[in-house]
Design a protein around this ligand. Structure first.
Ligand SMILES: Cc1cc2nc3c(=O)[nH]c(=O)nc-3n(C[C@H](O)[C@H](O)[C@H](O)COP(=O)(O)OP(=O)(O)OC[C@H]3O[C@@H](n4cnc5c(N)ncnc54)[C@H](O)[C@@H]3O)c2cc1C
Length: 636
């Protein structure tokens, strides 16, 4: 069996350092990255990890020896792959354990999140063996995996608290990573600057917006009842009670998270965290006190925040981001939504149902970019009465706070225009928090815009530090963050606990669904029709109009349709989109079908319950095969 000399790697400024502890003995089985010795200088002590796995054959150091870079530590009898990884990396021993996993990924395509609309989805069309896309694609220009540096030697400078896994940020990414890590047996610390867990999604994002959208949807729904002979008195809205309802929903969920953290013995530290080196994070508390946390692995889940347009008045309550809009502090008569994306349109829906007249301004040529135009058209037709103006290909160029409102100037095809509003919502995107966490001190590379590039194991440029969620790139969605979280936590646990199966976890989702929770809802996943056209993909579509759906007609809401896209040759599903009520609840089935490599016959022959909106999926697939009996016959 091959033997490997394990040597002291590059340990920076440490010269002639004393060995104070030898952590293994001849005959011990050592895993890659397992600590072998502890050395101490006048500044700090550090553990030197093994570059390879195997059985210790001979020790070359003892307590009291002094060592430098290149000094022999021990001889290992190697064990296959791990041994060769160690041999290959030589003196940079510290990175070999995780480096082995990274090297395995190096051959995977770094196509970015093509999965939502592109590469990975069309890979899906090509068959079930499509290689995973690298999640970092949104953050790194070409979707390339970050250049990995060797794991710096483990220093154990002063720390108030030591843990296996440190998670920075308690949004859907962070709490999921911490809980998964703890469930797998890691001593886990979760650092969050705010008092409640749940991040943007639970506190000021997905959940409160959906609590309000539900109320708005019911208020709008009952208006349709008039034509069915049922009338209700015009609603009266008690904003205070509505706010209380929203807070109760948020409180129930965030309180639940706190309880689940306790059940798992996850230590939650409240305060703002910044890395001080590659193995320590300093947390500054509300009272100014600090706590230093040492870790073996870290997962950065620090999320993102709303972009603030520099020319809008600051500290004026009439100018808000989504966070301010969710506070429901005012009941505007005229509201401007800057940015025609999902967040802006969802918030606009709520305010319009509560009584505001809406203008929306968008620089591009259409609202709800990313969704096929035929879906957006259905939404736009239903929602036209909410809007006074939909300003497309128009820039907002200035704004002034006046007594009568916020006077905003626009520049578009018709020149410059001005309008005055009671409330202006800026919803022009979100910026990642990558530049606010001292990442450079840990050696983690952060891109110009604040995104952190990662490989398909969610590793940053520093092998033992992972990043997940909004901070690693588009799409900025909670369900993406959660899946990435599980991958990062499993890899970290696998490496620390010596579980090879877990250590090989990777983010290999083919597709990530998107949903606009407007009324009607718009949902899509995988290849879109517009995208397929632009890329010249060989796909064919099949549409089931809801005007032929018994359930949609019974509900009085048959404006929608279900569209499926199939590979023209294999008939495998590559994408799907739905516009209509509950579209968001149904799109998961399309995602599952794509993940499973289902074809039109699989979907069409799956018996869907009747009468449901979900059966429109089966019928669209039947229609693709010319076998749908709920539509007029196909002309031969
Ligand atoms: C109005 C709105 C509606 C949305 N609706 C949906 C939806 O319906 N579906 C969906 O999938 N997504 C939705 N999103 C997006 C979703 O909220 C995000 O994609 C998701 O929250 C990202 O999770 P995350 O864990 O990456 O980060 P975040 O949720 O942003 O959490 C990051 C956490 O890190 C903390 N943090 C940051 N820096 C530090 C630091 N230095 N020290 C300590 N703590 C720190 C923050 O306080 C925060 O709690 C919505 C967003 C908004 C704004």
């Amino acid at each position: 069996m091959a033997t490997i000399d394990i040597k002291v790697p590059d340990i920076g400024d440490f010269k002639d350092v004393a060995v104070i502890e030898v952590l293994v003995k001849p005959g011990d089985t050592v895993k890659p990255e397992q600590s072998l010795i502890t050395v101490e200088s006048d500044k700090a002590s550090m553990e030197i990890p093994s570059s390879a796995g195997g059985v210790v054959k001979e020790l070359r150091v003892k307590v009291g020896d002094t060592v430098n870079e290149g000094s022999a530590i021990l001889v290992l009898e190697g064990d296959g792959a791990a041994a060769s990884a160690g041999a290959a990396t030589g003196a940079t021993a510290a990175a070999a354990g995780s480096g082995a996993a990274t090297a395995a990924n190096a051959g995977a395509p770094a196509a970015g999140y093509g999965g939502t609309t592109g590469a990975a989805s069309s890979g899906g069309a090509a068959g079930a063996t499509a290689a995973p896309a690298a999640p970092g694609g949104g953050s790194s220009p070409a979707g390339a995996a970050p250049a990995r540096s060797a794991t710096p030697p483990r220093t154990s400078g002063p720390a108030d608290l030591e843990c296996d896994l440190l998670v920075l940020g308690a949004g859907p990414g962070g709490y999921s990573a911490a809980f998964r890590g703890a469930d797998l047996g890691l001593k886990t610390v979760l650092v969050e600057r705010f008092a409640t867990l749940g991040g943007v999604c639970l506190n000021v994002g997905c959940i409160p917006s959906k609590a309000l959208l539900h109320v708005a949807a019911v208020m709008d729904e009952v208006k349709h009842f008039e034509s069915m002979g049922v009338t209700f008195a015009p609603p009266s809205v008690d904003l205070e009670k509505l706010r209380a309802h929203k807070s109760k929903v948020v409180g129930k969920l965030t309180g639940g998270l706190a309880a689940m953290a306790k059940m798992r013995k996850v230590t939650v530290v409240q305060g703002s965290g910044e890395f001080i080196d590659a193995y320590r994070l300093q947390v500054t508390k509300a009272d100014g006190g600090t706590q230093t946390i040492g870790f073996k692995r870290a997962i950065i889940a620090a999320g993102s925040e709303a972009v603030k347009l520099p020319f809008l008045p600051k500290d004026d309550p009439r100018v808000v981001t989504s966070t301010g809009a969710l506070e429901l502090r005012q009941n505007p008569k005229r509201m401007l939504v800057i940015g025609g994306g999902i967040i802006g349109l969802e918030m606009g829906t709520v305010y319009s149902t509560l009584g505001a007249r809406l203008d929306v301004v968008e620089m591009l040529d259409g609202l709800m970019q990313g969704a096929d135009r035929d879906l957006v058209k259905v939404w736009q037709k239903m929602n036209a009465p909410r809007f006074d103006n939909i300003l497309l290909k128009t820039k907002t160029v200035g704004a002034e706070a006046t007594e009568g409102g916020i006077k905003v100037s626009f520049e578009g095809e018709g020149g410059v225009k001005e309008q005055t509003y009671d409330l202006v919502l800026q919803a022009v995107g979100r910026v990642p928090n990558g530049k606010r966490i001292g990442a450079d001190k840990a050696g983690v590379e952060v891109g110009e815009r604040g995104f952190i590039s990662v490989d398909i194991q969610m590793r940053t440029s520093v092998a033992h530090i992972f990043a997940i969620g909004d901070i690693v790139g588009q799409p900025m969605l909670a369900h993406k963050a959660v899946h990435e979280a599980h991958v990062a936590a499993e890899v970290a646990a696998g490496e620390l606990l010596g579980d090879d199966h877990l250590a090989k976890a990777a983010f290999d989702a083919r597709v990530i669904p998107s949903v606009a929770y407007t009324d009607p809802e718009v949902a899509w996943v995988g290849v879109t029709e517009d995208d397929a056209k632009a890329r010249g993909l060989n796909v064919k579509k099949s549409v089931f109009p809801w005007s032929a759906s018994g359930r949609a007609i019974a509900n009085g809401r048959d404006e929608g349709f279900t569209k499926l896209l199939f590979d023209a040759d294999t008939h495998q599903i590559v994408g799907g989109a739905i516009v209509g009520t509950h579209a968001g609840d149904m799109i998961g089935e399309v995602a599952l079908a794509i993940e499973m490599g289902a074809d039109a016959v699989d979907i069409g022959k799956t018996i869907h319950p009747h009468p449901t909106l979900g059966e429109s999926l089966g019928m669209a697939a039947e229609a693709f095969e010319g076998a749908c009996t709920d539509l007029p016959p196909v002309k031969r």
